[in-house]
Design a binder for this molecule. Structure first.
Ligand SMILES: [Zn+2]
Length: 282
C-alpha cells in the first residue's frame, strides 16, 4: 500500500505538539490498513540526534527539542516499533538502496537546500560514527574566519554553498528581491551577473565535493536537495572545479543528481524498518 499525508511542522509549538501532529498523520495514513502488516515507523528527523540513545540533541529549527527523548516519545505516541535516523543519513540510505547510488558500496550523499547535510555509505555499510552523528558534511570548514554559519562557527561549506548563501550573494549582486531560484532563472535568460553567480556556486560545491572525495573515496557522489533541481546548470562547473582541486586519481568520480528527489529521506527511513535490527529499537 502506498499512501501519503503531510502538513507543515508547527515547529514553534514544542515537542508534545509536534509528536501529536506526527501521530495524527500516521494514524490518518494507515487507517484501513491491516495492523498486523504494519512493521513499524521509520522516522527521518533533522539533527543533531544521538541515534544510539534516541535523543534529539538540540535541533536548531525545532523549538524545545533539546536533550529530548525523541525515540521514546514517538514509540509511545505511535504504539509501534520506531527506527530513528538523521535526515541526511536517511536520504543517503534511500539513494543507496533504491536510487542513484544503487549497487555501489561507497557513496557520499549531499543535500543542498536551505542548509547542507549528508550521509556516507562506506564499504557497503552506513557510516554512523560516535552517537550516530557522522556525515554532517555542511560543517566542514571551507574558509578560515569566513562567513558565519547557522551552526555558530564560521567559514563552513554550508555558509558558502547552501541555497541560503547563494541567495545572500544574489541579493548583493542582483537586488534585494533576488533569491536562489531567481539566480537560475536569470542565468537561463542570459543575465551575465546571474551566470557569474551560478559559476561561483558551482565552484563552492566543487570545492566541498573535492574534499569529500578525498575523505571518503566514494564510487559515486549524489547531489540532492533543492539545488539539485538545477544540476543541469551546475554540473559542468562542479566537475571543472573537482578536476582543478582534487588529486588526479579522484577526478573521475561520478557526480550525479539524486534519483528519488524529495523522497530520498522517506524511502531510506522506511527501508530501515525492514532491517533485522529493528527489534533492538522497539
Ligand atoms: Zn557550520
Amino acid at each position: 500500500m502506498m499512501a501519503r499525508s503531510a502538513e507543515p511542522t508547527l515547529s514553534r509549538e514544542g515537542p508534545a505538539f509536534v509528536i501529536a501532529q506526527i501521530a495524527r498523520l500516521a494514524f490518518e495514513v494507515t487507517a484501513g490498513a491491516d495492523p498486523v502488516a504494519i512493521r513499524g515507523a521509520g522516522i527521518c528527523s533533522p539533527g543533531p540526534l544521538d541515534t544510539t540513545e534516541g535523543i534529539a540533541l538540540g535541533i536548531p529549527t525545532l523549538a524545545g527539542f533539546d536533550d529530548y527523548p525523541l525515540h521514546r516519545s514517538l514509540a509511545d505516541a505511535l504504539n509501534m516499533p520506531v527506527v530513528l535516523e538523521n535526515d541526511g543519513i536517511c536520504a543517503a540510505i534511500g539513494e543507496w538502496r533504491m536510487g542513484a547510488a544503487k549497487g555501489h558500496d561507497n557513496v557520499v550523499y549531499v543535500t543542498v537546500s536551505t542548509g547542507i547535510g549528508g550521509g556516507v555509505i562506506a564499504d557497503g555499510r552506513v557510516l554512523r560514527g560516535r552517537r550516530g552523528m557522522a556525515g554532517h558534511v555542511g560543517h566542514m570548514c571551507l574558509v578560515m574566519d569566513g562567513e558565519p554559519c547557522p551552526c555558530g562557527a564560521r567559514g563552513c561549506f554550508e555558509a558558502y554553498a547552501s541555497g541560503t548563501a547563494l541567495a545572500r550573494r544574489a541579493r548583493a549582486a542582483l537586488g534585494s528581491t533576488a533569491d536562489a531560484s531567481s539566480v537560475f532563472e536569470e542565468a537561463a535568460r542570459g543575465n551575465s551577473l546571474a551566470m557569474d553567480l551560478v559559476r561561483e556556486e558551482a565552484r563552492y560545491l566543487g570545492q566541498g565535493f573535492a574534499s569529500l572525495l578525498h575523505l571518503y573515496n566514494p564510487d559515486i557522489l549524489v547531489l540532492g536537495g533543492g539545488l539539485s533541481n538545477r544540476f543541469d546548470m551546475l554540473r559542468d562547473g562542479i566537475l571543472a572545479e573537482i578536476r582543478q582541486t582534487a588529486m588526479p586519481a579522484f577526478r573521475d568520480t561520478p557526480v550525479v543528481k539524486a534519483a528519488l528527489g524529495g523522497e530520498s529521506g522517506l524511502i531510506g527511513a522506511a527501508s530501515l524498518v525492514f532491517d533485522q535490527h529493528v527489534d533492538e529499537f522497539s
